[in-house]
Write a protein that binds this ligand. Structure first.
Ligand SMILES: [Mg+2]
Length: 374
């Protein structure tokens, strides 16, 4: 089998609000086509037109090449070889940035092709399956309105979720305000629900340490993205001061070496690679193995369409030590309608897709409806 073409298709809802941290208001999907009629699908959580540029670019020289140009003519079933060719061909464009994010989209599509060709779900190709369904946490944003937060938290619990994350929004304006936010979140979900707090990188280490001390009475399971990603000294200070609250971060990073630094230098407890940013299944499997070697948790970040939801569940199936996986509850039509999938959500658990490949089918009506011609 040979790759014949790679299409990168940007999508965007017409009323996108770039002031809120909902990353599935737009998207970049890739379709990898083959000479045997099998097509794989993937997506990147990135800036859509930047990823499209990396896919479509002509080759300038051996370390600055477009992904389509690198892969057309290659065997898609030899995924790791394709990944290595992409890495070498883009290695001067940023190993921990948009090139790696574009590679992630293509990598998902290649594993989708391999699964379809062999008639197996991706998780069976990646490793040993530890579970058929995964505990997931409802992932949402803090809001300005306390009543709305209470209603949202109570709704998740009523829907069966046993873990919930609130993030971003008004976090970071004042210590008193931040205490109130976490208190509200805890009250909304009750004492039996794991509560996760995501600051969206608004703090310096000293302020973040103040928060973990103030929040310990509300027993959050983790404190996510307290600091900017490159503040490794700050993360180390925070992790050492955080007591029972786990320090989580990593959704900004795309490369194995960056996650290794967060663990070894930053001493964080939980790393959060996003499979649609951090090089796809190929790199994320290495990242998960590295985290396990260091006795740290690897809980994948996921806030994109049903493509990433499925991909994250495939990875969640093969990671031995996993408290839960992220499950975005965004209302964007790109989250809810872009693909048809067999994933079922019941009692706070999501089923692992069992069809060949990723187990998703693009809804081409939605692709046509939100496609941006660029
Ligand atoms: Mg986050």
């Amino acid at each position: 089998m040979r790759i014949t073409n790679i299409q990168a298709i940007p999508l965007r809802i017409p009323d996108q609000n770039s002031d809120i941290a909902d990353g599935i208001q737009d998207d970049i999907i890739v379709r990898v086509e083959t000479d045997e009629g099998i097509t794989g699908v993937g997506e990147a959580d990135s800036m859509p037109l930047a990823v499209k540029g990396i896919v479509d670019a002509w080759s300038s020289w051996p370390h600055s090449r477009g992904l389509r140009d690198i892969l057309v003519g290659q065997d898609p079933l030899n995924v790791e070889m394709c990944w290595e060719k992409m890495r070498v061909g883009t290695s001067w464009l940023g190993r921990n940035g948009v090139a790696q994010q574009a590679m992630a989209a293509v990598d998902l599509a290649l594993w989708d092709i391999k699964g379809k060709a062999l008639g197996k779900p991706v998780h069976e190709l990646l490793g040993y399956k530890y579970r058929d369904k995964v505990r997931v946490y409802a992932s949402t944003l803090f809001t300005e309105d306390p009543g709305e937060m209470t209603e949202v938290g109570q709704r998740y619990v009523a829907q069966g979720f046993t873990a919930a994350k609130f993030g971003w929004g008004p976090m970071g304006r004042s210590l008193a305000g931040d205490i109130k936010l976490v208190e509200l979140a805890r009250r909304a979900v009750g004492d039996d629900t794991a509560l996760l707090i995501d600051a969206g990188c608004v703090f310096k280490a000293r302020d973040a340490i103040q928060r973990v001390h103030a929040w310990s009475q509300f027993n959050p399971f983790w404190f996510e993205e307290a600091l900017e990603g490159d503040d490794l000294d700050g993360f180390r200070q925070l992790a050492r001061a955080a007591g029972d609250i786990r320090i989580a971060t990593g959704e900004q990073e795309s490369a194995l070496f960056a996650f290794e630094k967060l663990i070894t230098h930053g001493e964080v407890d939980v790393i959060q690679p996003d499979i649609a940013r951090a090089g796809g299944f190929t790199e994320c499997k290495r990242i998960a193995n590295m985290a396990a070697q260091h006795k740290k948790l690897c809980v994948f970040h996921a806030w994109k369409s049903g493509i990433l939801v499925a991909a994250t569940l495939h990875m969640a199936a093969i990671v031995p030590d996993l408290p839960f996986a992220e499950y975005t509850v965004s209302e964007s039509p790109l989250r809810k309608e872009l693909v048809r999938s067999t994933v079922e959500l019941k009692d706070g658990m999501a089923t692992i897709p069992q069809g060949p490949g990723l187990g998703v089918e693009l809804n081409m009506d939605i692709v046509r409806k939100y496609r941006v011609d660029a």
